[in-house]
Design a protein around this ligand. Sequence first.
Ligand SMILES: Cc1ncc(COP(=O)(O)O)c(C=O)c1O
Length: 403
Amino acid sequence: MPSDAPERITRAKDIVGLALEKGLPAEDLYVDTLVIPIGVDPEAGNYYLDAVRFVYNRLDELPENLPPVKYPRTPGYRPTADENPYGASPKVASALGGFSDYHVYPDAGQTAVREAVGRYVGVEPEQIVLGSGSDEMLGMAATLFLDPGDALVNAPPTFGMYEFLANIHNARLATVPRREDFALDLPAMERALDEGAKLVYLASPNNPTGNAVQPDEIERLLGHDAVIVIDEAYAEFAGESAVGLMADHGNLIVIRTFSKWAGLAGLRAGYAVLPPDLVEIVWRAKVPYNLSVASEQAILASLDDVETLLENVRLVVEERERLGERLSATGWIRPYPSAGNFVLCEVRGIAARDVRDRLRARGILVRYFDEPALRNCIRISVGLPRDTDRVVDALSEIGATVG
Ligand SMILES: Cc1ncc(COP(=O)(O)O)c(C=O)c1O
């Protein structure tokens, strides 16, 4: 066990204690004894994996009144983890149904998929390495570039995985909070890099705030002696990418996924775009069969149907704008501009937590935040037009009862 294990156990217990203290119902405590033992929010479960691992090892230290309840993934709920409301390309189901070599290991060299993805991104196939979701590729960057004790620059509020990765790699977090408008505090980030931080993770567009990082900001960070990872999970919804900067910068890694734009979240398909000099080192760390044949088939089928999928992206973007306008019109919800497939909203005059609960009672799931930079906020995933109407109607009812 790492030397800070007792501290992490305390943290994990604090999380559980806090959840119980706040009166969260048992269903909110997410205990999956097989893989992901616990989190205070069904969706945030994996944000606490580090703490959780230790809870799992010391289950007897959990409060007694904590039953192992798995959060139900009821079909028919609108997406809450920013999944694609249009689903995967129909070609994916045909490809998976027609494939007969499931008994054969995948191609460890990922030849066909690297070629197809390279064409899609506009880089050489050699610059692509695929994995089980972008999460795996984010983890690979931490494995390769962080030694215990190294500093990782994180700019919250952001995707919880970066802090998790710092923790499981026993790295130090150089936390540089974003400014009030969620823009990066670049001078502070550069100071952290000058002090020797090795790795930066930046989501663009950022989850949950929705804003993108500007190319000149990335270039400033690239001028430092560190690896800069741009996480472009939502790039297709933003219509911009940092890949073009790679031609001039050997320390940039762009990580992307098929989860959001191509609707393959459940199949796990992500990839890293790498500058030529970093390719070899990544291959040295990649396990041979990290991408299943099912993911491979689904990726190839998706890339054979890009036009349909990008039309779905266009519809989501259109719906994102309509959702934002309708939310603004409520007068008590302030949506932040978003370049992703979700809208972060500040709730005014009502406790966002109550809003979350009352939406949930109507079968609508949203993410709730209450942390220093995200006071009284919810994040709504963009769905189909009917989902927008449903969530806005429900919010209007909730607003009316509060006055
Ligand atoms: C910013 C960001 N990066 C990465 C991911 C993970 O994506 P994947 O499904 O490819 O692991 C998410 C998932 O929500 C995300 O929000």
